[in-house]
Write a protein that binds this ligand. Structure first.
Ligand SMILES: [Zn+2]
Length: 114
């Protein structure tokens, strides 16, 4: 009945045609000339640009925010206690001192609270 049968994988990928066209329009994908062994365009390989690959890595494996990193082996800069610490403005504070100093230290976005 259908004159142009399409396999399910091709049909699924075709739904992303607008996204793929956008990638090409903005130069986020590029033909991989090294893979071009003949003039047959059907066999041309495409790859994401290095900048896109770096961005995908940062999206897939985001660095944890600084206030979520726990440091071991440091003494608290305030009370001197040997305990798990959090780095705030270059100094290490235990949980209790971090909570007490919360209003006096720079916030997580780098601006100083007043
Ligand atoms: Zn402390």
């Amino acid at each position: 009945m259908t004159a142009d049968p399409v396999d399910p994988e091709t049909a699924a990928v075709a739904r992303f045609d607008p996204v793929l066209r956008t990638l090409m329009t903005f130069g986020l994908v590029e033909p991989d000339d090294a893979e071009e062994t003949n003039s047959d365009e059907v066999s041309r390989q495409w790859r994401l640009t290095p900048a896109v690959q770096r961005r995908l890595n940062s999206l897939a494996f985001p660095a944890p925010p600084a206030d979520k990193l726990v440091y071991f082996g440091h003494r608290c800069s305030s009370c001197g206690e040997h305990a798990p610490t959090w780095s705030i403005a270059g100094a290490f504070f235990c949980s209790a001192c971090r909570d007490r100093a919360g209003d006096l230290v720079p916030s997580s976005n780098g601006t100083v609270e007043r």
